[in-house]
Design a protein. Structure first.
Length: 115
Protein backbone atom coordinates (compact mmCIF):
# COMPACT_ATOMS: atom_id res chain seq x y z
CA UNK A 1 0.00 0.00 0.00
CA UNK A 2 1.25 3.46 -0.84
CA UNK A 3 1.65 5.79 2.09
CA UNK A 4 -0.31 9.00 1.70
CA UNK A 5 1.98 11.96 1.17
CA UNK A 6 1.82 14.93 3.50
CA UNK A 7 0.59 18.34 2.47
CA UNK A 8 4.16 19.66 2.47
CA UNK A 9 5.40 16.85 0.26
CA UNK A 10 2.58 17.48 -2.19
CA UNK A 11 3.38 21.20 -2.22
CA UNK A 12 7.04 20.47 -2.94
CA UNK A 13 6.05 18.13 -5.74
CA UNK A 14 3.71 20.69 -7.25
CA UNK A 15 6.14 23.57 -7.01
CA UNK A 16 9.20 21.55 -8.01
CA UNK A 17 12.37 23.61 -8.22
CA UNK A 18 10.62 26.84 -7.32
CA UNK A 19 10.09 25.82 -3.68
CA UNK A 20 13.49 27.04 -2.55
CA UNK A 21 13.19 30.40 -4.35
CA UNK A 22 9.71 30.98 -2.94
CA UNK A 23 10.93 30.17 0.56
CA UNK A 24 13.73 32.71 0.23
CA UNK A 25 11.32 35.29 -1.11
CA UNK A 26 8.87 34.64 1.76
CA UNK A 27 11.66 34.98 4.31
CA UNK A 28 12.56 38.35 2.85
CA UNK A 29 8.97 39.56 3.04
CA UNK A 30 8.39 38.16 6.51
CA UNK A 31 11.42 40.02 7.79
CA UNK A 32 9.75 43.30 6.84
CA UNK A 33 6.27 42.69 8.23
CA UNK A 34 5.70 39.15 9.44
CA UNK A 35 1.98 39.17 10.24
CA UNK A 36 0.89 41.14 7.20
CA UNK A 37 2.82 39.18 4.63
CA UNK A 38 1.51 35.85 5.88
CA UNK A 39 -2.04 37.26 5.88
CA UNK A 40 -1.55 38.41 2.30
CA UNK A 41 -0.30 35.00 1.32
CA UNK A 42 -3.35 33.34 2.87
CA UNK A 43 -5.73 35.74 1.12
CA UNK A 44 -4.12 34.98 -2.22
CA UNK A 45 -4.26 31.22 -1.78
CA UNK A 46 -6.57 28.87 -3.64
CA UNK A 47 -7.46 27.25 -0.32
CA UNK A 48 -8.74 30.53 1.10
CA UNK A 49 -10.79 31.21 -2.04
CA UNK A 50 -12.43 27.79 -1.69
CA UNK A 51 -13.13 28.24 2.03
CA UNK A 52 -14.51 31.74 1.43
CA UNK A 53 -16.82 30.46 -1.32
CA UNK A 54 -18.05 27.68 0.97
CA UNK A 55 -18.72 30.17 3.80
CA UNK A 56 -20.70 32.46 1.50
CA UNK A 57 -22.69 29.50 0.26
CA UNK A 58 -23.55 28.57 3.87
CA UNK A 59 -24.17 32.14 5.06
CA UNK A 60 -25.15 34.39 2.16
CA UNK A 61 -26.44 37.10 4.52
CA UNK A 62 -24.52 39.67 6.58
CA UNK A 63 -24.28 38.13 10.04
CA UNK A 64 -23.92 41.44 11.89
CA UNK A 65 -27.16 42.66 10.31
CA UNK A 66 -28.76 39.28 10.89
CA UNK A 67 -27.96 39.56 14.62
CA UNK A 68 -30.08 42.72 14.67
CA UNK A 69 -32.87 41.06 12.72
CA UNK A 70 -32.07 42.74 9.40
CA UNK A 71 -31.62 40.95 6.09
CA UNK A 72 -28.72 42.24 3.99
CA UNK A 73 -26.75 40.31 1.42
CA UNK A 74 -23.12 39.67 2.44
CA UNK A 75 -20.36 40.83 0.12
CA UNK A 76 -17.31 39.56 1.97
CA UNK A 77 -16.10 36.99 4.46
CA UNK A 78 -14.30 38.29 7.53
CA UNK A 79 -12.06 36.58 10.08
CA UNK A 80 -13.59 37.03 13.55
CA UNK A 81 -10.15 36.66 15.10
CA UNK A 82 -8.01 38.59 12.60
CA UNK A 83 -5.66 36.85 10.21
CA UNK A 84 -2.80 39.07 11.29
CA UNK A 85 -2.96 37.83 14.89
CA UNK A 86 -4.52 34.36 14.39
CA UNK A 87 -3.19 32.91 11.11
CA UNK A 88 -3.79 29.40 12.49
CA UNK A 89 -7.55 30.10 12.32
CA UNK A 90 -7.44 31.23 8.69
CA UNK A 91 -9.45 28.31 7.33
CA UNK A 92 -11.60 27.50 10.38
CA UNK A 93 -15.28 27.93 9.50
CA UNK A 94 -16.22 28.93 13.05
CA UNK A 95 -13.78 31.86 12.81
CA UNK A 96 -15.47 33.22 9.69
CA UNK A 97 -18.28 35.73 9.38
CA UNK A 98 -20.19 36.78 6.27
CA UNK A 99 -20.50 40.57 6.21
CA UNK A 100 -21.88 43.34 4.02
CA UNK A 101 -19.43 46.08 3.01
CA UNK A 102 -20.48 48.69 5.66
CA UNK A 103 -20.28 46.13 8.49
CA UNK A 104 -16.94 44.85 7.20
CA UNK A 105 -15.54 48.40 7.09
CA UNK A 106 -16.82 49.09 10.59
CA UNK A 107 -15.29 45.93 12.01
CA UNK A 108 -11.94 46.51 10.27
CA UNK A 109 -11.80 50.08 11.60
CA UNK A 110 -12.49 48.84 15.14
CA UNK A 111 -9.72 46.27 14.81
CA UNK A 112 -7.25 48.91 13.60
CA UNK A 113 -8.08 51.09 16.59
CA UNK A 114 -7.70 48.18 18.99
CA UNK A 115 -4.19 47.46 17.72
ZN1 LIG B 1 -24.09 44.23 7.55
Amino acid sequence: MRRPITHDQRLKKLRGGRARDDAAYDRGRRAKCPALSSAARIRGSARWKAVRAEKRRRDPLCQMHEARGATVEASSVDHIKPLATHPELAFVMSNLMSLCEPCHAKKSAQERMAR
